[in-house]
Ligand binder design. Structure first.
Ligand code: ADP
Length: 467
């Protein structure tokens, strides 16, 4: 039960019922006061008509006629229902109807004084026998003659009693009805939320296929279901890529470790001389270095992506950086008999961590030379673009990249099938792109299979010169 009290359905129903009931209550009260005031106006009107009647009789038959009229009128209407008193402005009563029922009603001198001042009429409301209310009128019916007449407010009392009954019954019905209809409406509206909750419960690490059914009604819940499904799509993609990356890491770590183990085993079985053990140690160091390099690269990518790179930005002459890096690759190009040209005509400056920038650029040149066959060409060029950027391009005449993989090659550990025979870890391009992005730039590729590739490293142009 306490759980039910905490649900939105319960709280909304409570609000709905509360607002509905309070509104009904306010409507009832307004109606009551309107009806009571209408009834009172009607009573006042009737009393004023009686006063006019007395004025007319006094004019025709004098005070004696009025005295008789008081008795006759009260008898006709019922002496418990109405009374008449004729008096002078000083309060002296000179005639009245039968007053035994009305003995509580005295002449109110204050009202008489007020009447004398106003010269027309004054109303008053009094309680008779501590139970019933009476409406009293003081009015001049002739010069120096005042009529005090009062009538029991019977109708109001009856109306109030009937109204109380109607009010209790109607309010009970309204509260019941609003609670039921509120609960029904709220449950209907929140049905979509239940569906989303159920779907979320069914989703586990191994079952990410479940989706919330979308109604297409374009309401808030449909929008929520749609957003939830989109989030699930993204989670599924992420989980898949994490799994894939895990597989790749396991695979890429397995090969060097297997090689290290193989070399150690061979040395144990066949190694007789110190030279054999020396060679095994050298192999182990080489493989370990490759492993460490891979792990370090992964760390650099992760830290850079998390914004914890610790880059040291400074003004960098890109043209010089490109030239120096290219000089280092000239022997590799010659070795592979590749025509390697590096032509950067202008001097460009960027705000960068020079070591990281060198690493990103070197990866692109290294790939171009690695994947281009003997006799091919690799060209490096740099230019300023209209968007205030510098594009450094590494263009090769290599095998090109299948369009299906042109975005995937930037994923960690992805290596195209055709490249598996070349040495590599599948971390060079992700590292280059992460570094470029940390500098406010990017790395993109345009490639035609069989004709070659163009890798573009874009960096924001820096509008100053190194002194
Ligand atoms: P690695 O070169 O160590 O395999 P990279 O992340 O540098 O890893 O490159 C990922 C993949 O992209 C490579 O395995 C290769 O398939 C493809 N690739 C990169 N550069 C080129 C290029 N210049 N020409 C053709 N394929 C390339």
């Amino acid at each position: 039960m306490p759980d039910l009290f905490r649900t939105i359905s319960f709280r909304l129903t409570l609000w709905y019922t509360g607002i509905f009931s309070i509104s009904a209550c306010v409507a009832f009260v307004l109606f009551y006061y309107l009806a009571v005031s209408t009834l009172q106006d009607q009573t006042d009107q009737e009393l004023l008509e009686k006063a006019s009647q007395f004025s007319a009789v006094i004019q025709q038959s004098g005070l004696r006629g009025a005295s008789n009229l008081a008795v006759i009128e009260a008898q006709a209407a019922g002496e418990k229902l109405i009374f008449f008193r004729l008096l002078y402005p000083n309060g002296e009563v000179f005639a009245s109807s039968h007053m035994s029922y009305w003995k509580d009603i005295k002449v109110n001198q204050q009202l008489l004084d007020l009447l004398v001042k106003k010269k027309s009429h004054v109303f008053d409301t009094r309680t008779v026998d501590n139970t019933q209310k009476a409406r009293i009128l003081y009015a001049f019916v002739a010069r120096n003659v005042i009529l005090q007449t009062g009538t029991a407010m019977d109708l109001q009392a009856k109306f109030l009693n009937a109204f109380k009954l109607v009010f209790v019954v109607a309010m009970a019905f309204i509260i019941g009805f609003s609670a039921l209809s509120g609960w029904f409406l709220v449950r209907k509206a929140l049905l979509g939320v239940d569906t989303i909750t159920r779907t979320a419960k069914q989703i586990t690490g191994s079952n990410l296929q479940k989706r919330v059914p979308e109604t297409g009604s374009k309401d808030e819940l449909d929008h929520l279901a749609n957003t939830f499904n989109q989030m699930l799509d993204r989670i599924q993609t992420l989980v898949n890529s994490v799994r894939e990356m895990g597989d790749n890491i396991a695979h890429d770590l397995k090969s060097p470790v297997t090689r290290i183990r193989g070399a150690a085993e061979m040395a144990m079985i066949q190694g007789d001389t110190m030279d054999d053990f020396y060679a095994m140690a050298a192999d182990t160091i080489e493989e370990s270095d490759r492993l460490l390099d891979m792990i370090n690269t992964m760390l650099v990518i992760s830290r850079t992506e998390a914004g914890e790179s610790g880059f040291q930005f400074q003004q960098v002459d890109v043209t010089r950086m490109i030239q120096q890096a290219c000089d280092l690759f000239v022997p590799v190009a010659e070795d592979r008999q590749i025509q390697f040209t590096c032509s950067v005509a202008h001097t460009f400056y960027v705000n960068a961590d020079i070591k990281m920038l060198q690493r990103a650029f070197s990866n692109l040149v290294d790939n171009a030379l690695k994947y281009t066959d003997k006799g091919g060409q690799v060209r490096v060029q740099a230019m300023q673009t209209p968007g205030e950027n510098i594009d450094i391009q590494v263009i090769d005449s290599g095998p090109g990249i299948d369009p299906r993989f042109q975005e995937r090659i930037f994923e960690r550990f992805f290596r195209a099938e055709s490249s598996r025979n070349s040495p590599g870890t599948g971390l060079g391009l992700p590292l280059a792109r992460t570094i470029a992005q940390a500098h406010g730039g990017d790395v993109r590729v345009k490639s035609t299979p069989g004709r070659g590739s163009v890798f573009t490293l874009t960096l924001p142009y820096c509008n100053f010169q190194v002194i």
